[in-house]
Design a binder for this molecule. Structure first.
Ligand code: C2E
Ligand code: CA
Ligand code: CA
Length: 520
């Protein structure tokens, strides 16, 4: 039952691990999200920059071409010079060609000519108003890819300007090498791409991976495809590291806070402060008269969240936490507080049975604690009976001296739960007990066995021989009570007579005498 208290350490550890994990996941994914957002922003910027640059470039070029269109009606010799100078001042332009009736008739590079366009650049469709294609090279620079741009004259159907433009990706390569999260760019016209991935134009389908951004260039049927790095390993590593660090920190913090605030030891101390402990009194009656002769004091813990915690559990626990001494002192204070009322309910000389934990028995303060309790109680009224279990009698030298002192000071001693330990008889012989409390295991057996308990018989004979007063614990049935009465057991305690009662309930019982016991 109290395992949940004993495992508080484990619970704290578990909660801390869980919270740490949650912290790690949260921080890790947050970091990933930040990276993701930054990456998206960066790629948007790159896309925007490239688009703006190419829009500007092509609009300027188309502008130049527009200005060249009137030249198509003049003979090549008269316009060649202007054509050449325009080409020289137009960035990346290899040559402007004047086209008339489907043939190139004048080149800014080579002057007058007469080559059918179908032969020169079969890919370009001069029936269109405007067309752009990507070529692996031009006659003068066969190894260097180029854009072939055709713009028909707006006025004269059969004329127009053909422009070849360097499609070197060198600047892009340089650009992409300086940008992280950006692996490359492709300029795509009519299903062919010139990209930073290859020095030659390739069909778009041969570019591996999907672009992360695409955009169209205004004025020409050209698209820009931006390729991004897959998640950068560094980002993932950093996110993991960040997650791990935050996780560890959260876990440690949580462990610290929980340990400091929820440590069960603290719980007992704070429960004392917050008055969560209270006592109940279980009447003990004389078997012949059924008159109350005393009470056993039993402690209760009303925990605000866990509810009622049984004493078996928290006593062991308090012992393990070295808190049994403060806890018993607190019990003593609670008894002292109730004493004036108890005095009215119980006859003079009434026995107050107090359970003493083994750790308290050997504590240095034990004798002083008892003296303090006696001092707080009404003088010469109650008889204190210390209930000690067999298990507690470890250091016999100490115990013998202590018993002498206790008897000398007027305390009585009961051996509690008699019969549940291992060497009960030896203890009985060795130490001067006043009472023998027969464990309820034996009492339970009464009536259930065909021949009534031979062991119990033997225990009673022994007790009589050693002139010990006997108390039967856990008497629950009338049959058990009668048997015990007939066998000369001196006192009875158990649910048949009364359950442990709070002080108020004890007062109530006093005014309305219960069936099974009578008050003084
Ligand atoms: P215990 O000293 O043997 O106390 C008697 C226990 O038997 C009590 O349980 C009581 O409620 C229960 N009991 C009484 N009559 C009957 C009955 O007819 N039938 C049954 N089934 N049970 C009955 P409780 O209060 O749970 O206490 C359990 C144990 O916790 C006690 O056993 C005692 O060893 C320890 N304890 C309780 N209060 C204190 C305390 O203030 N200090 C110390 N050191 N130990 C305490
Ligand atoms: Ca007891
Ligand atoms: Ca007992």
């Amino acid at each position: 039952m109290f395992t949940r208290y004993f495992s508080v350490g484990r619970k704290i550890l578990f909660s801390s691990l869980l919270l740490g994990l949650a912290g790690a996941l949260l921080a890790g994914s947050l970091q990933m999200m930040i990276f993701h957002h930054k990456r998206a922003e960066h790629l948007d910027n790159i896309n925007h920059d490239i688009q703006t640059y190419l829009n500007g470039y092509f609009s300027e070029l188309l502008n130049t071409i527009d200005k060249l269109q009137p030249l198509t009606i003049s003979p090549c010799e008269t316009v060649a010079a202007e054509l050449t100078s325009r080409a020289a001042f137009s960035l990346n332009v290899r040559a402007f060609l004047l086209v008339e009736n489907g043939s190139a008739v004048c080149s800014s590079a080579t002057g007058a000519m007469n080559v059918p366009m179908k032969q020169l650049v079969p890919q370009v469709d001069i029936a269109k108003k405007l067309d752009i294609e990507i070529l692996p090279g031009t006659p003068m620079m066969p190894q260097k890819p180029a854009f072939a741009l055709w713009v028909r004259s707006p006025l004269l159907e059969n004329r127009g300007i053909f422009t070849s433009i360097n499609a070197s990706m060198m600047p892009w390569l340089l650009y992409s090498s300086r940008q992280n999260q950006f692996s490359g760019v492709a300029l795509v016209a009519n299903g062919t791409a010139i990209s930073t991935f290859s020095p030659h134009p390739l069909p778009l389908s041969m570019l591996k991976g999907e672009p992360v951004r695409t955009s169209k260039i205004s004025g020409v049927p050209l698209s820009v495809y931006i390729y991004g790095d897959a998640w950068a390993l560094e980002s993932i590593q950093f996110s993991l590291l960040m997650g791990a660090m935050c996780g560890i920190l959260t876990g440690l913090l949580c462990y610290y806070v929980l340990s400091v605030r929820l440590r069960p030891g603290k719980e007992i101390t704070s429960a004392i402060k917050r008055n969560q402990f209270y006592v109940v009194y279980q009447p003990v009656v004389e078997s012949e008269s059924m008159q109350i002769r005393g009470v056993e004091v039993l402690m209760r813990w009303k925990h605000p969240t866990a509810g009622e915690i049984p004493p078996d559990a928290f006593i062991n626990f308090a012992e393990a936490q070295q808190l049994i001494v403060p806890l018993t002192r607190h019990l003593f204070e609670l008894i002292a507080k109730d004493a004036p009322v108890l005095q009215k309910l119980l006859p003079p000389g009434a026995k107050l049975g107090i359970n003493i934990a083994p750790a308290h028995l050997v504590a240095e303060s034990f004798q002083q604690d008892l003296k303090d309790l006696s001092a707080m109680l009404p003088a010469n009224y109650f008889q204190l009976v210390l209930e000690i279990t067999e298990r507690d009698m470890l250091n016999q030298h100490h115990a013998i001296k202590l018993f002498e002192w206790l008897h000398h000071e007027g305390y009585e001693i009961a051996i509690d739960d008699f019969g549940t330990g291992h060497s009960a008889l030896i203890y009985l012989e060795r130490y001067a007990f006043d009472y023998l409390k027969i464990d309820r295991g034996f009492i339970n057996a009464i009536g259930t066995e065909t021949v009534t308990s031979p062991v119990l018989d033997a225990v009673l004979t022994l007790a009589r021989k050693m002139s010990l007063v006997t108390v039967a614990e856990g008497v629950e049935t009338q049959e058990q009570a009668s048997w015990l009465q007939q066998h000369g057991v001196n006192f009875l305690q158990g649910y048949l007579i009364s359950r442990p009662l709070t002080l108020e309930k004890l007062v109530e019982a006093h005014s309305k005498p219960e069936k099974y016991f009578t008050m003084a």
